[in-house]
Ligand binder design. Structure first.
Ligand code: BTN
Length: 232
């Protein structure tokens, strides 16, 4: 395959480590760890990273134009990957959470460095790890969904194969279309919390510029960077 895999037992965060390697010039590498001691989520949240889960970060050459496309591509590939192992209904909650049975099974944290021209795509999937008590209402694992354990490195391989096949001829239009087909947010009524206010509305479209909401007053577009929380 295209990617060199660096497998670590334990690290603070694969994203932090991959970012450092990227600054040193590395590209097309995947850092995977069995455990993370400071797994990071979006918006400075923590990502519990107990043994049994799959935690990895991909370093890709990217500019500002490619960034949103790769950001939509990752969850599409993850949905496809999970559907390889499970018949349940996996979908994407905007911007890039993977949901099954109304609970989150996978989260994605992407970071870009414009100066150095790379992005780090960090993906965490609850595979065999036990879901901690405090998030049991909102999170699930593949083991919990299917009632059996999975080979997480096998899942990583499947994901990378699918991901690679798209990378070879990146089509922003096609990716957006597939993203929308797998979206659990499109056409729903949602409340979005931003730093300044709450917006309630009907999701009439999703674009690379943001999510398009029809509120009582007008059509509003909310950028990913401005969304702190989205609720149905
Ligand atoms: C989120 O849902 O907020 C994103 C979670 C991303 C977690 C992954 S696990 C591998 C990579 N390393 C990290 O520290 N975070 C990402």
């Amino acid at each position: 395959g295209r990617f060199e895999i660096i497998h670590l037992n334990r690290i603070d965060s694969t994203n932090t480590y991959a970012y450092k390697l990227a600054k040193e010039g590395k590209r097309d590498i995947v850092v995977v760890a069995d455990e993370q001691t400071s797994g990071r989520g979006r918006l400075n949240r923590v990502w519990f990273s107990d043994f049994g889960g799959l935690y990895f970060s991909i370093v890709l050459e990217s500019d500002v134009d490619k960034f949103p496309v790769l950001n939509f591509l990752a969850p599409i590939c993850m949905v496809k990957t999970l559907k390889n192992y499970s018949n349940k209904n996996y979908g994407i909650k905007w911007p890039n959470d993977i949901i099954v049975n109304n609970k989150k099974i996978c989260g994605i944290l992407s970071e870009i460095n414009v100066e150095y021209g790379f992005m780090v795509l960090g993906i965490g999937i609850n595979v065999n790890n036990k879901i901690r008590e405090e998030i049991r209402d909102i999170a699930t694992s593949l083991k919990e969904v299917e009632g059996k354990e999975f080979d997480k490195m096998e899942i990583l391989k499947t994901f990378l194969e699918i991901f690679e096949s798209y990378l070879n001829n990146l089509s922003p239009e096609n990716i957006l279309k597939e993203y929308k087909e797998n979206s659990l947010t499109l056409n729903e009524y949602v409340k979005i919390i931003t730093p300044n206010r709450e917006i309630f509305g009907h999701v009439v479209d999703i674009t690379y510029e943001g999510i398009v909401l029809q509120t009582d007053e007008k059509l509003e577009i909310v950028d990913v960077g401005d969304c702190i929380h989205l609720r149905k």
